[in-house]
Design a protein around this ligand. Sequence first.
Ligand SMILES: *Cc1c(COP(=O)(O)O)cnc(C)c1O
Length: 389
Amino acid sequence: MLSVSREPKDAVVQPVPMLDFSRQFGEIREEVLAAITQVCDSQRFILGPAVEQFERSAGAACGTAHAVGCASGTDALWLAMAALDIGPGDKVVTTPFTFFASVSAILRCGATPVLADIDAETFNIDPEAVKKACHGHDVGAVMPVHLYGQCADMDALSKLADEQNLAIVEDAAQAFGATWNGVRAGALGVTGAFSFYPTKNLAAFGDAGLVTTRSAELDERMRSLRAHGMKKRYFHEEVGWNSRLDSLQAAVLAIKLRYVDAGNQRRRELAARYDALFAAAGLVGASTAEGVVVPYTDPRAGHIFHQYVVRVPKRDQLRAFLSDRQIGSEIYYPLPLHLQESLAMLGYHKGSFPVSEKAAEEVLALPMYPELREDEQETVVAAVSEFFG
Ligand SMILES: *Cc1c(COP(=O)(O)O)cnc(C)c1O
C-alpha cells in the first residue's frame, strides 16, 4: 500500500501540544464549577464580592496592599498609566521585544513610546539602553516587561528611576509569582500590570487583568477610571472607560490563584529538566550551529518560566521539523515592535535595535506548562537532537 504520510520513517509519532488546558481543568474541575455556580446563584456578574475577594487575595500574593481587577492585561497597562496622569506630551520608555500591547497601551494614553534595546541573554530591556533613550528626552516613566516570566534588571532600573525621577510601570503580564531579590513582580514598581489571558500562567476563562500598587491613592483612581470615572453613581468626575472585571472570571481566578505557586515551581523543575536533557544530548555548549542556547537566568531573578525559550540560528527549519512531528512550538515574537507597520510613525527602522532584531530571528518557545509530562519533554529533546543529526 502507498503511504503519503509526511511522518518520518520508522519513528513513532507522539504529538506534544504546546499547551493543553484540559489537564489542569481536569484536576480542579469540581472546585472551579462550584465557584462558577456560586456566582450564577448570586446573579451578580460585574465586580461585586467575587471581584473584591480576588483582588484582596491577588494583592496579598504579590505583596502589595492594593489590587484592581480590570478587563484585560492591555487595559491594566492603560489604567496604571492613566492613574499616573501619563498622557499627551509624556514619554514612556519600553522594549521593542514584547507583545504589542506594551506599546499600544502607551499610545492609548496619548503618550509617546520611546524604545530601548534588550539584553542578549535575558531578552529583557537593557538598563544602559534605557539610560541612553532617556538622554535628551523628558521621559516620565519606564515600562519594563518581565519577558517569559523573568523579571527585568530591577536593581539598575530602580536606580535609574530614582536618579531621573521616572515612574516604573511593570508589564508583569507573563510574570505572576516571579521575583527579583525575593520581591514579587507587581511590587517592584509604582504599579504592576497583569494579564490573565488563557495562555498566561494564571489564566482566566476569557479576558481579565489586574493592576497592583502600594498606593491607596492610585488604587482609588484606578477603581474610578475602570468604571467611567465615576465614584458616586452617574456622577462622572473624569473621563474613564469601561474596564470592569467580570465576577465569573474573578471566581475562576480565585481558585486558580491557590495553585499558581505550585505551578510555577513545577515550571522551574521542568525548565531545569529541559536544560539537563539538552546538555545530556550534547546540544548545549557546542557551537550554536549544532545546538541550542538554553535560557539564562539572572541569579537575582526568581524565574517562573512562563515560557521556556531557546535560541537557535536555524530556528525556522527547526520549527518546521518539530511541526512535522506534531510537536508544538511558538515564536514570541517574530517581528519587533519598531518594525511593525502600524508603528512606523515612531520613526525607527531596521537596524535601530539589533539585539531585538536578532532575537526575533532566533527565539523558539517549547512546550512548557505545569502539567507537561516528562516523557513529552524527552520527545521534544529527542526531536531537536534528530534535527541536528
Ligand atoms: C499578554 C500580554 C499583554 C496583554 O494582555 P491581554 O490580557 O491579552 O490584554 C501585555 N503585555 C505582555 C508582555 C503580554 O504577554
